[in-house]
Design a protein around this ligand. Structure first.
Ligand SMILES: Nc1ncnc2c1ncn2[C@@H]1O[C@H](COP(=O)(O)OP(=O)(O)OP(=O)(O)O)[C@@H](O)[C@H]1O
Length: 265
């Protein structure tokens, strides 16, 4: 892949935010993630790529314990955020998900106003002192999601009345409103047109100033455009992980090479 931007993508942060060791995930008898070890950096966009069914989404969901809600799913091994075991019994998954926000494939605003979509998380987590404080949090989150200018005069209108791209930015605003430290994005642009995709990609680049962003994508072009680190999964294994430029120009494993050159997947 020949993308000039790859050459500018040297990773700046070297601080590890998320550490996974020996992670295995089973859905009943299906072994979906096989002994994955990885260190994901802070203030960096990390892309998870690989063929359909290789386990990208499953591994992403381990990072905020979304697999807890799937009765047949079993997670083994360790996942630490800032050195803390997120599967420790004392960790409340609801609190964890405020710290580890998630944006899904299809924009899924609540059937509430734009304002209430963003205010919901801060309200349930008691993050606002009063109404003025909450207003400030909502404005700030909408600004970070590059939606403030379009939404400020219609904050009481339903979130579902926005365009698809605006709805996805609303979901990003909702995720950042609780001041997370990690943002997980599962194919966040797959339902968007090219213009909305470009806006969300630009936003992802801004978000990495403050967060560790992990994005699952089927688009290798998107991975090359937005990420500094890339992890290639195949049949539940993390085959190769490294600087995005290196993965796309000189991968070490033949399976990565086959995937990026279009021979598998
Ligand atoms: N809720 C579930 N119940 C049972 N099996 C599941 C479930 N979710 C995923 N799997 C299985 O786990 C494996 C990994 O799936 P996963 O969705 O994580 O892959 P993926 O790489 O994200 O795929 P895609 O790119 O198609 O979204 C697949 O074999 C899939 O069928």
């Amino acid at each position: 892949m020949n993308d000039m931007r790859l050459t500018e993508r040297a990773v700046e942060s070297q601080t590890t935010k998320i550490t996974a060791r020996g992670v295995q995930v089973y859905y009943a008898d299906t072994h979906a993630i096989k002994d994955v070890d990885v260190d994901i950096l802070d203030k960096t966009v990390t892309a998870f790529i690989g063929p359909s069914g290789c386990g990208k989404s499953t591994f992403l969901r381990c990072i905020n314990r979304m697999n807890d809600s799937i009765p047949i799913a079993r997670v083994e091994g360790d996942i630490l955020i800032d050195g803390q075991d997120i599967y420790d019994r004392r960790v409340d998954p609801v609190q964890l998900r405020a710290k580890v926000g998630m944006v899904f494939q299809k924009p899924n605003p609540f059937p509430k106003s734009i304002y209430d979509n963003v205010a919901y998380g801060p309200k349930i987590h008691g993050l606002a002192q009063d109404k003025a404080d909450l207003d400030g949090i909502v404005e700030n989150a909408l600004r970070r999601a590059a939606l403030w200018e379009e939404a400020k005069d219609r904050l009481q209108s339903p979130g579902t009345g926005l365009s698809g791209g605006q709805q996805q930015r609303l979901c990003i605003a909702r995720a950042v409103a609780t001041s997370p430290e990690v943002l997980l994005m599962d194919e966040p642009c797959s339902a968007l047109d090219p213009i909305a995709t470009a806006q969300v990609e630009e936003l992802i680049d801004d978000l990495r100033q403050n967060y560790s962003v992990v994005i699952v994508t089927h688009s290798m072009q998107q991975a090359a455009r937005v990420s500094q680190k890339t992890a290639f999964f195949h049949l539940g294994n993390l085959v190769e992980y490294g600087e995005t430029g290196k993965i796309f120009t000189s991968p070490e494993d033949p399976r990565t090479e086959s995937y990026i050159s279009g021979r598998i997947g």
